[in-house]
Design a protein around this ligand. Structure first.
Ligand SMILES: C[S@@+](CC[C@H](N)C(=O)[O-])C[C@H]1O[C@@H](n2cnc3c(N)ncnc32)[C@H](O)[C@@H]1O
Length: 433
């Protein structure tokens, strides 16, 4: 029998099942996209991101509509129905197409015994419309623990954070300052018919009115600009880079900030970029190559200094630690499904360990910038507090900026629906001997 490719809704259901089982969209979407003809790929991507974004809302509805949960081996059909509900509630797709094609996808997934159930649930959903969300987890479409933690951490901002997380992030560029001024690049964009504005806080940032494929960006392949959120770009101003310095980017992949560092100061002595992930490190080299920049790359656990360090201390260290990524949920909505409350304490301990290790290889008079894309103080403010308690000679540098909020140890940016992601920065200096 000829090979029948799966309908894209069935592929989407398999992707969501993989996310529920712990894989990120970045991991499981590319192979899924390859199963489909090119014209269906954008739709698959939109459905997978959208269903993750609204997962907890849709799940709330689906659970109300199902008399009992499906058996574990049929779980993929649960995800298939979430995909269909996403399309009914959040897309322009014609209802009859969603209903008919979802039933067909159910058959293609080899679950013919569930087509009646799928049909019944979706017909009722269409007839009755979306139910009132039963709780804040459904209303804001986030896991219960995240809603509660945000409410506790940000009593005045939690709803705004949850709302911002559900919006699509803008596409923001970092102009390669070694090649173009921001004004020059804005002109190139205008000539290419791409509407854009300078970012408010990052000196080389440009925010596009609408996302475009990178191939449409002027000089992209030749290193004229990179895609990077405005908050992430702020690291270079905080590092206060000067010619001749030896700089370490301790958690570097995929290299957005390594490249920003090299573009911000063309005459650094050396930039060393470390990442422990063999899978992610090559992405740093790809970015460096496209931008025609040079750094020394090392695959290592940065905290295990003896395994990689040559003994020469660093003038500047950027420590962009692994974190909950709760500041970038709008770009990675699968975080809502992947992250567990129990992840935060182990992450905080890794973060403090990395900070202690990096401090030991910072030159007297040198500067360390601690960064996360988290909005939880446990990974931000409190790490710096804990560190300062044990390192009383470490000097906290106040960040004099018009972005974010002052947390006494650093500055916290919350995700802004109109501009930057959620981020935290703290700046520490080691006194001269
Ligand atoms: C937030 S991401 C870094 C993003 C990067 N700085 C950028 O701007 O493109 C954190 C990175 O830390 C890496 N990582 C986690 N633990 C590490 C460790 N102990 N040593 C070095 N890298 C680590 C992860 O593989 C991941 O690539």
């Amino acid at each position: 029998m000829a090979y029948q490719p799966l309908p894209f809704r069935a592929v989407a259901a398999n992707v969501l099942l993989a996310v529920e089982n712990g894989q990120s969209l970045t991991q499981c979407l590319p192979p899924a996209l390859n199963q489909l003809p090119p014209e269906q790929r954008p739709q698959l991507q939109a459905i997978c991101y959208g269903t993750c974004r609204w997962f907890h809302r849709l799940e709330g509805e689906l659970n109300q509509r199902l008399k009992k949960p499906l058996r574990k081996p049929d779980r993929v059909v649960h995800h298939l129905m979430l995909v269909a509900l996403f399309q009914l509630r959040f897309s322009e797709q014609a209802t009859y197409a969603v209903l008919n094609e979802t039933v067909e996808a159910c058959r293609a997934l080899d679950k013919p015994h569930l087509t009646g159930l799928v049909n019944g649930v979706l017909r009722a959903a269409e007839r009755e419309g979306a139910p009132e969300p039963k709780d804040d987890s459904s209303r804001y479409s986030h896991p219960v623990w995240m809603v509660e933690k945000l409410r506790h951490n940000w009593p005045d901002n939690w709803q705004a954070i949850l709302d911002a997380n559900n919006r699509q992030a803008p596409m923001t560029l970092r102009v390669n300052a070694l090649r173009f001024t921001r004004d020059e690049y804005l002109e190139l964009l205008a000539e290419a018919g791409i509407e854009a504005n300078p970012t408010r806080f990052a000196p080389h940032g440009i925010q596009l009115e609408r996302p475009v494929p990178v191939e449409r960006l002027p000089w992209f392949e030749d290193g004229g600009a990179s895609v990077q959120d405005e908050a992430a770009q702020l690291c270079t101003t905080l590092l206060d880079l000067q010619p001749g310095q030896r700089v370490l980017d301790a958690c570097a992949a995929p290299g957005g900030k390594t490249c920003a560092i090299l573009e911000a100061c063309g005459e650094l002595d050396e930039v060393i970029a470390i990442d422990e992930s063999a899978e992610r490190l090559p992405r740093v080299q790809e970015n460096l190559d496209r931008l025609d920049l040079h750094a020394t790359l090392t695959q290592a656990d940065a905290a295990d200094v003896d395994s990689w360090w040559d003994g020469a201390q660093f003038d500047r260290i950027l420590l962009d630690v692994p974190c909950s990524a709760t500041g970038v949920i709008r770009r990675h909505p699968d975080i809502k499904l992947l992250r567990r409350e129990s992840d935060i304490v182990p992450l905080a301990s890794i973060q403090l360990g990395l900070l202690e290790a990096m401090w030991s290889i910072l030159k007297p008079g040198g500067r360390l910038v601690y960064a996360t894309c988290s909005v939880f103080p446990q990974e931000n403010h409190r790490i710096i507090q804990r560190f300062l308690k044990q390192q009383d000679q470490a000097r906290l540098i106040e960040i004099d900026a018009d972005w974010g909020q002052d947390m006494n140890t650093g500055r916290q940016l919350l995700p802004d629906p109109n501009s930057h992601d959620g981020f935290f920065y703290a700046v520490l200096e080691k006194p001269e001997l």
